[in-house]
Design a protein around this ligand. Structure first.
Ligand code: ADP
Ligand code: ADP
Ligand code: MG
Length: 484
């Protein structure tokens, strides 16, 4: 493998290329017009302009990307996450054009990309599942009967959904009709597939997922779990590894279940098996993501592995050079997704220009980003600016490092989720490990965040005043009488 094209943008494109370069392999970037000066483009050995800003005219143009890759004699394509990463037709087309797709086979992607097909595949392996329907629903009467069986509240989900989109909670039977209709039409317009199904709505779950790695020689390993329960709009915002509540026995049990899920779809490469866990520590299979996950850095910290390197080695046909019992979980890592969103106003996107941008540096701090000072956050893509990751010998240390790193991360021009991250890290529910996916509803108080802002502004003001007075003292000392 001499040259890899990364069919993505932003932080993940840059992060992937760093590993590719370190491995001595050539890098090719693709970019839309607005991204022409982006760091991932500057970093790559070669770069191709693939179209206009909207993703359906650039980053989603699979055939166009493939034909450009062929012109440049690319050996393999890494899709990152989002965009084409879970597009089975794209994976198949890459291989048909004699290039390597760095990811699983198209058949595994289609199976796991459809949440219903995934459940069907996993069922035979005795993996616990959230009670629900196993077929797509269209008939409201049938849906009503099934929902009563399962018991309210229920969740309507799009079979092809992702990124937290396409889910509707229904609390009582009279709302089902209307919600079902809406869910179907939304699923159709967002995912091009109107299939929806019903799941029991678990009231206070935690989201715990397992990283898996599978080579092409039959070996499947798990790299422990990530806890991703701090979410807004069903999408993760703070993640960590390991989870504060898993003991080694439960970890081993869930890890084995994750490996079985990977085997059920003949998996290859790096993937993630997601579970929900209820208050009694029962776990249920949720879905499998057949790609590199946004929050993979926390796993890299606690295992010492580079997951992109593992993906590339597997794609080259190499054997996994590890045994399950040799894998050691060391220390604790946290990740905060830094989104251009306003945490005081429902996490609404808040695009703009990064008028000031300075990342924190230090031991045990990692920033995966794809922007520089002066750049605009385009409205066309996901509003994530970066991921701030910290490590510590234990959970408390990782949390303290995160708070400090947030304080040293300077972003001006757009409102971000940095302040929310600090709120979470300082909250006793988070610190004690006693939280679930409803952290925001239960514990997030925008007034408290506002107050913290104001207090900090006051402290900053006082500090500035103190410094000013000190400067005045020093500067005027030779000529003037000292001011008391
Ligand atoms: P992860 O699953 O990696 O933890 P997210 O759920 O935030 O993280 O999804 C990662 C990215 O992939 C986001 O940009 C999200 O919008 C996108 N994504 C995931 N699944 C889909 C899908 N089915 N359709 C469109 N975009 C998706
Ligand atoms: P996506 O493909 O969008 O990532 P998931 O099925 O992984 O969808 O669910 C995303 C999040 O939605 C979960 O982490 C959880 O917070 C919530 N969720 C999903 N299913 C359920 C359920 N049955 N009960 C309660 N919450 C759920
Ligand atoms: Mg998910």
């Amino acid at each position: 493998m001499k040259k890899i094209l990364v069919a993505n943008r932003g932080e993940i494109a840059l992060r992937i290329m760093k590993t590719i370069k370190r491995m001595g392999i050539g890098t090719v970037a693709v970019y839309s017009t607005i991204d022409r000066n982006a760091p991932h483009v500057k970093f790559a050995d070669e770069a191709i302009h693939i179209g206009d800003n909207p993703s359906n005219r650039s980053y989603l143009l699979g055939d166009h990307i493939i034909s450009e890759a062929k012109k440049l004699k690319v050996d393999a394509i890494h899709p990152g996450y989002g965009f084409l990463s879970e597009n089975a037709a794209f994976a198949a087309a890459v291989e048909k054009n004699k290039m390597i797709f760095i990811g699983p086979e198209a058949a595994s992607i289609s199976m796991m990309g459809d949440k219903l097909a995934a459940k069907k595949a996993v069922k035979e392996y005795n993996i616990p599942m959230v009670p629900g329907t196993d077929k797509a629903l269209t008939d409201p009467d049938k849906a009503k009967a099934l929902a009563l069986d399962i018991g309210y509240p229920i969740l309507i989900k799009a079979a092809a959904g992702g990124g937290g989109k396409g889910m509707r909670v229904v609390k009582k039977p009279e709302d089902l009709d209307e919600q079902l209709k809406r869910a179907i039409s939304e699923a159709l317009s967002s995912f091009g597939d109107g299939s929806v199904f019903i799941e029991k709505y678990i009231s206070s779950p935690r989201h715990i997922e397992f990283q898996v790695l599978a080579d092409t020689h039959g070996k499947v390993l798990h790299l422990f779990e990530r806890e991703c329960s701090i979410q807004r709009r069903h999408q993760k915002i703070v993640e960590e590894a390991p989870s504060a509540i898993l003991g080694s026995e439960l970890r081993a049990k869930m890890g084995e279940a994750a490996i079985k899920v990977a085997r059920s779809c003949n998996y290859r490469g790096a993937g993630t098996v997601e579970f929900l866990m209820d208050e009694d520590l029962n776990f249920y299979f949720l879905e499998m993501n057949t790609r590199l996950q946004v929050e993979h850095p926390v796993t890299e910290y606690i295992t010492g592995l580079d997951l992109v390197e593992e993906q590339i080695k597997i794609a080259r046909g190499e054997k996994l050079n590890l045994e399950q019992n040799e894998l050691n979980l060391q220390g604790h890592a946290l990740e905060l997704r830094v989104y251009a969103e306003d945490p005081l106003h429902d996490f609404l996107p808040n695009m703009g220009t990064l008028s000031k941008y300075k990342v924190p540096v230090g031991e045990h701090i990692r920033v995966d980003d794809g922007y520089e000072e002066g750049m605009e956050i385009p409205i066309h893509y996901d509003p994530m600016i970066s991921k701030l990751i910290t490590y510590g010998k234990d959970r408390d240390e990782a949390i303290q490092n995160m708070i400090q790193a947030i304080d040293n991360y300077i972003i001006e021009g757009v409102t971000t989720t940095l302040s929310f991250g600090k709120y979470v890290c300082r909250h006793h529910a988070f610190q004690s490990g006693n939280f679930d996916t409803h952290f925001i509803e239960k514990h997030y108080d925008t007034e408290a965040l506002k107050e913290a802002f104001e207090k900090e502004a006051q402290v900053a003001g006082l500090l500035a005043l103190k410094l000013y007075l000190k400067d005045r003292t020093i500067l005027r000392l030779p000529n003037e009488p000292q001011i008391q």
